[in-house]
Design a protein around this ligand. Structure first.
Ligand SMILES: O=C(O)CCC(=O)C(=O)O
Ligand SMILES: [Fe+2]
Length: 374
């Protein structure tokens, strides 16, 4: 899959102008790679708007700390992260949720955005939301579904700044993680490298900058919703060169009020339903169920997914998995700490899982927040 230098060919390219012909490639990318490069989406999100947005967020990062700190959490971990909170070479803003003009307005007000900055942020939020809806529909079409529910699911910005210096080369900007939502559209820096994704083999491969394109990565909810078909790809950001790296990630999260439920069309005798419907409430613990016999967890048996990488234990014949791996636990922001004690699930969650287990099936634990790295 990789090219001679070990890079980038691992990521399939999906051309928005080549649909429906590209539907099989789109689904294959979701299944095999858990990510793809998206190109030719200009009619929805103009490349010029991407550049403007990058310029605006670069300006916002220059604001005094007391203003940046006004970008408070709406859901767990959705607000400003000052350098040092996750690690010293990462700073981030957040906006939950981008489809709400009220929320976008509040974000702009918090940061004293100028009318021009405000216009750019509003246009970008609208365009990315439209793009996400479009990608979601194509995914549904590729799977042969009549309809998909994603349009009503909330989306969140995470705007990242990595001040890379000579001294930080080799250090993590963002530790290895999977995103917890359905999929994430990343406007990665068009100049500075650093993003890496993990193949199913466990090998990390570099995602080289590719101006005018976006990277889409599949998250945990995609794996559960697709009945284990989609690969929730692990990824990380590593400092490889000096400079300020900026990325704008937009997460399609999970449903607000309803359950995450595998569509019936994806279940048959050969593909028994692996997960019971679960609530993906914003920032709280969620529970799913998987089949004991399948040996398939989120991300597949023995694949290095975020959901089965550690913490497996036996509870009366049922396997319980902590979603968190050690990296994630090391990395979590203060607010998330109280959701789960380090390495241990809260007692009430065990109780809930036991009820589920009593119905005769094992279960999976996950900690749902917009991004499991922090
Ligand atoms: O900075 C990047 O390119 C990736 C960001 C990311 O993975 C995240 O915010 O979850
Ligand atoms: Fe991520």
């Amino acid at each position: 899959m990789a090219d001679a230098s070990g890079n980038n060919n691992v990521v399939p390219v999906i051309d928005m102008l080549h649909f429906p012909a590209q539907l099989p490639e789109l689904i294959k990318a979701c299944e095999e790679n858990g990510c793809f490069r998206l190109e030719n989406f200009d009619s929805i999100l103009p490349v010029q708007l991407m550049s403007q947005m990058k310029a605006v967020v670069t300006e916002l990062f220059e604001l005094p700390l007391e203003i940046k700190e006004r970008n408070v959490d709406v859901i767990v971990g959705s607000g400003y992260n000052k350098p040092g909170k996750i690690n010293s070479i990462h700073e981030g803003f957040g906006l939950y949720d981008i489809a709400s003009s009220h929320a976008v307005d509040a974000f702009c007000n918090q940061l004293d955005a100028t009318p021009q900055q405000r216009e750019t942020i509003e246009s970008y939020a609208k365009a990315v939301h439209e793009l996400i809806t479009d990608i979601g529909q194509k995914v549904g079409q590729g799977l042969g579904l009549k309809s998909v529910p994603f349009e009503a699911w909330p989306c969140q910005f995470r705007i990242n700044k990595y001040p890379f210096t000579h001294e930080t080369i080799g250090s993590d900007g963002l530790k290895t993680h999977t995103d917890n939502g359905f999929f994430t559209v990343v406007q990665d820096d068009e100049i500075l490298s650093g993003l890496e994704v993990m193949e199913k083999s466990g090998k990390f491969v570099a995602i080289d900058p590719c101006p005018g394109t976006l990277l889409v990565t599949l998250g945990d909810i995609a794996t559960a919703w697709s009945n284990g078909r989609f690969y929730n790809v692990k990824h990380r950001v590593v400092c490889k060169e000096e400079g300020i790296r900026i990325s704008i990630a937009t997460f399609l999260l999970g449903p607000r009020d309803t359950m995450v439920e595998t569509p019936l069309e994806l279940v048959d005798s050969e593909h028994p339903c692996l997960y019971v419907p679960f609530k993906a409430e914003n920032g709280v613990l969620w529970i799913g169920i998987r089949s004991a016999k399948s040996g398939v967890g989120f991300g597949g048996h023995e694949t290095p997914s975020g959901l089965n990488s550690s913490g497996a234990r036996n509870l009366g014949g049922f396997s319980a998995f902590l979603k968190e791996d050690e990296n994630k636990l090391m990395n979590r922001g203060g607010n998330n700490e109280n959701l789960m004690e380090r390495g241990r699930v809260k007692p009430e969650s065990i109780f809930n899982a036991t009820l589920l287990a009593a119905s005769g099936q094992p279960f999976v634990y996950g900690n749902y927040s917009f991004c499991s790295c922090c």
